[in-house]
Design a protein around this ligand. Structure first.
Ligand code: GLU
Ligand code: MG
Length: 458
């Protein structure tokens, strides 16, 4: 970042100060997501936003090493108390927060004091992967699905905030004002919600949003969750996005929908390959499929993730793909006839909201790009629930179960050159060290203790 960039940023932010003040905004929350998937924040009064845009707001690089329990890892490339970074808000995403009157929000990129990109900034990494895809003449569109539970209790126990049955209209009646407030807040913030419904688990709800460019999709995932949290608190509800809120219940996923475009054409539709996939889209998808075990170290990055990622829970616990198959990790969706040129997409189901969404975006794009480079081929699609056939039949069909522990996922990540190269040595090492720490933290814990300690963090 040079002097020209700084003054352009300052001017851009200055244009919005009056508008923010007219909207009653007092302060702007500047967020990034750390390597443990937790959204961390600094804030500035509105008048200081232009200076923050130009010069950044100081924050220690130690946050790369922040752990789930707020303790600090003493890592190879992270955890030192020495040094400083500058948080530069992306004014393009500046949003007045409808669920938190007096507040606005913007996501930040992290640079050093000389204006150089911080090697462990996941948002800048995601943007670099979008550029690498553009160099191949391709664009990706993505959206994160948000699943959450509402809890009515005062304490740390989960007490379902509604009693109606799964997918039942009763839940919408019980939570009628709350649901309207969530949807109205998102609409006021310019978020294009596609659908909202009660989910399967106790107190569980789900909301999906329109696809956007990948970095925007990750920003939106942060904004939607914080909006849901703020509205929930105003209704006396606590909210959890954790992969396993109650050990015997169904988990919260954070599925990513992804389509690949070339010259305004969705290359996941209209070609000769299976279900209309082009060779390019098939190689990109195969690149993701082959790297799913390693991708889980960023996409299902907590010990609690593996309480969720089990067969027959629609979490996508098997490394395979299929058309509209909710038990394959990759569910291919054509959408309705007549709209497939728009709607065909790949849903990556095995991910959850303990992940940093910018790392998820970066990892998926890096894996897809590696698939393009290898001209990878997709295996046969799977047309059944892999859990319903014998282990021998799964072997015959070439279906592996995905890692059933964080340990297995980290081992796969360490052996995965494409992801490690894309992330760079500093970030890749920090990710591995943080995951190892979390494994140690929970080494002697019961599933109930793991669920309890993870429940309110993300
Ligand atoms: N809650 C399920 C999960 O853990 C997903 C249900 C669905 O397919 O929407 O991913
Ligand atoms: Mg769902």
């Amino acid at each position: 970042m040079d002097g020209h960039d700084r003054s352009a940023r300052e001017q851009q932010a200055t244009q919005f100060v009056g508008e923010l003040e007219d909207a009653g905004v007092v302060a702007v929350a500047l967020t990034f997501v750390d390597n443990s998937g937790i959204t961390r924040v600094k804030s500035v009064p509105v008048a200081k936003l232009p200076a923050a845009a130009a010069w950044g707001v100081g924050m220690s690089p130690v946050f790369d090493a922040f752990r789930l329990d707020d303790m600090i890892l003493s890592g190879t490339h992270a955890g030192s108390p020495v040094g400083d970074l500058r948080l530069h808000p992306d004014i393009g995403r500046l949003t007045v927060l409808a669920g938190q009157p007096g507040w606005a929000w913007a996501p930040v990129d992290r640079y050093d004091q000389d204006g150089m990109a911080h090697p462990q900034c996941s948002r800048l990494l995601a943007a670099r992967m979008v550029e690498a895809l553009a160099e191949q003449g391709l664009t990706a569109w993505m959206a994160f699905e948000v699943e959450w539970v509402v809890s009515a209790g005062d304490g740390d126990e989960f007490v379902a905030g509604c009693q109606g049955p799964a997918y039942g209209m009763t839940r919408i009646s019980e939570l009628s004002d709350y649901s309207v407030d969530v949807l109205a807040a998102l609409a006021a913030q310019g978020i294009s919600v596609d659908q909202f419904h009660p989910e399967y688990g106790a107190g569980q709800l789900e909301l999906s949003v329109a696809a956007e460019s990948p970095v925007d999709a990750a920003d939106t995932f942060v904004l939607v969750r914080e909006t849901i949290r703020a509205v929930s608190l105003r209704h006396g509800l606590r909210v959890s996005f954790s992969p396993k809120v109650a050990v015997d219940g169904v988990g919260n996923g954070a599925h990513v929908h992804l389509s690949l475009w070339s010259d305004d054409t969705n290359v996941m539709n209209g070609a000769d390959g299976g279900f209309g996939l082009s060779a390019t889209a098939a190689s990109f998808s195969a690149g993701i499929l082959h790297r799913l075990p390693a991708l889980l170290a960023v996409g299902a990055p907590s010990v609690a993730s593996y309480l969720r990622l089990i067969p027959s829970h629609w979490a996508g616990a098997f490394a395979c793909w299929g058309l509209e198959n909710r038990e394959t990790a990759l569910r291919f969706i054509t959408g309705p006839a007549g709209n497939r040129h728009q709607s065909a997409n790949l849903e990556v189901k095995c991910l959850d909201a303990t992940a940093n969404p910018y790392l998820v975006v970066a990892g998926l794009l890096a894996a897809g790009l590696a698939g393009l480079a290898d001209e990878a081929k997709l295996p046969e699609p799977v047309t059944f629930d892999p859990a319903t056939v014998s282990a021998q039949e799964r072997v015959a069909a070439g279906i592996d179960q995905l890692p059933s522990s964080l340990e297995e996922a980290v081992a796969a990540f360490e052996k995965e050159p494409a992801l490690r190269a894309a992330f760079g040595p500093e970030l890749a090492t920090t990710i591995v060290e943080l995951r190892r720490y979390e494994m140690e933290l929970f080494a002697d814990s019961s599933p109930e203790e793991i669920a309890a300690l993870t429940r309110w963090k993300h």
